[in-house]
Design a protein around this ligand. Structure first.
Ligand code: ADP
Ligand code: MG
Length: 442
């Protein structure tokens, strides 16, 4: 149930190799034993891959962070003076987002310190939301140290908001699934109010993640935020066109909800209201009756103020059509017709096409990987996550899985000499796993 808090489980650490290793490294690093552990998954339902943090509350007001991966250097700060650096999003800033989110929610200024050792194995900057897993894990760590309780929904909302401290204007999907995921079922995530509904995936098929091996950090580049701003501006222009109070509107979905019409009707409104030629900042200002200065300071995010071209029509078409596809996907899963795998695959293909052509968040490597996956037996394949690199997800009939994996391995990874480092987990089957939880040593 959504109102419940994250689960707490008593476990024998000695029986779990990864926890045991973490406990040992923690001991050599801090000279003590963790009091508890928190895990939080990324997206696309990955059981084996998550963010794991070993924690020990301390009496001082110092927050000490260490990481099992030497790529991520140790960090220490006063718990009372959290500074998040959005100009240089080093790893510890993601932890601080979750920490600060909880701190602010309870209006606390004087937090107890803690020692934390982070161990994550989600491929970073690959669209599987390693960032949100870290933010959510840190949020739950902080909540547990404080001895407070919050529901999964509240935690998801706090962490969605606080990840924006890093500078990315994310929506909240990744944080929601990190807390609300349940083993054995996919989830449809909806907002206002935040809720998650079970979606039963077809039994005869599996979902395969393949990493394009192109990394894109969402906070270090502006691509992601430019799209968010284009959607925001499109929402405002659509609202104005329909004589709604446009200045309060931030998201395309709000316009649809306000008008009380279907996604299909919203697509028609988009056709009428917006033109396919890109908009200049000047034209947008003219449409909304505001100055360039107001556009920059009151609407755009800090890293998108100098953008000169906004493709509002294309972005709105993508968002409304993608939302319609999500609902169609759920409906097909419920009706479970004989050709279900084919139909779901077709939707995934349409999705990829729209991401590539209308939202322009794909890249040549992702397009190539999607083609290869389809060629070797996936009825559907698409990029997943924010895009511009990262992973694809493909639906594959279970009986075709072995040949699919072997052929994709050969065609994408071997032939092109791409990194095959095992820790990148370039190609794997995913099953819906559970959400964030706390482990206490039995
Ligand atoms: P993603 O698609 O994985 O969410 P982002 O670009 O949003 O990609 O965030 C990636 C960032 O998250 C990395 O640059 C790093 O700072 C942080 N991160 C990911 N995995 C870890 C980890 N195991 N330990 C510490 N930080 C991590
Ligand atoms: Mg991210």
């Amino acid at each position: 149930m959504a109102m419940e808090g994250p689960a707490r489980r008593r476990i024998q650490v000695a029986e779990h190799p990864r926890l045991l290793k973490l406990k040992e490294i923690f001991n050599s690093k801090f000279g003590s034993i963790p009091k508890f552990y928190v895990r939080a998954p990324g997206r696309v339902n990955i059981i084996e891959q998550d963010m794991l943090i070993a924690v020990e509350p301390v009496k001082t007001h110092t927050l000490q962070l260490a990481n099992t991966n030497p790529l991520y250097p140790d960090f220490s700060t006063s718990a009372n003076n959290i500074q998040i650096d959005r100009t240089n999003p080093l790893w510890h800033n993601y932890f601080l987002c979750g920490f600060k989110g909880i701190q602010e929610h309870f209006g606390l200024s004087n937090l107890t310190g803690m020692n934390c050792l982070v161990d994550g194995n989600i491929p970073p900057s690959s669209g599987l939301s390693s960032s949100s897993a870290l933010v959510c894990c840190a949020g739950l760590v902080t909540l547990t140290v404080l001895g407070m309780n919050l529901s999964k929904v509240e935690l998801a909302e706090i962490c969605a908001k606080s990840e924006r401290y890093i500078g990315t204007e994310g929506g909240g999907m990744d944080q929601s699934i990190s807390f609300l995921a349940e083993e054995g079922t996919a989830k449809l995530i909806e907002f206002s109010p935040l809720r998650a509904t079970d979606v039963k995936l077809p039994s005869g098929a599996v979902f395969v993640i393949a990493n394009s091996c192109v990394e894109m950090n969402k906070a270090a580049t502006s691509h992601f935020n430019v799209r968010v701003m284009e959607c925001r501006l499109a929402a405002k222009l659509l609202a104005k066109y329909k004589s709604l109070q446009w200045d309060k509107v931030l998201r395309l979905e709000e316009v649809q909800t306000e008008l009380g019409i279907s996604l299909e009707e919203m697509l028609l409104v988009t056709e009428d209201a917006l033109h396919s030629e890109p908009y200049s900042p000047e034209e947008i200002c003219k449409c909304l009756g505001i100055s360039l200065e107001e556009l920059r300071t009151q609407i755009l995010s800090p890293n998108t103020q100098d953008v000169l071209i906004f493709k509002l029509y294309q972005r709105a078409k993508h968002v409304y059509s993608e939302a319609a596809r999500v609902l169609q996907f759920k409906k097909i899963c419920e009706e479970a017709p004989d050709n279900i795998v084919q139909l779901l695959g077709e939707l995934m293909n349409q999705s990829h096409k729209s991401c590539r052509d209308m939202y322009e968040c794909s890249c040549p490597e992702l397009d190539q990987l999607v083609d290869i996956c389809r060629k070797f037996g996936a009825p559907g394949s698409r990029l997943t996550g924010a895009g511009w690199g990262g992973c694809t997800v493909s639906i594959v009939p279970a009986d075709k899985l072995p040949s699919f994996l072997a052929n994709v391995q050969e065609a994408y990874y071997q032939r092109s000499n791409r990194s095959l480092a095992p820790e990148k987990q370039s190609l794997f089957v995913t099953k819906p796993g559970g959400g964030a939880l706390v482990f206490l040593e039995a």
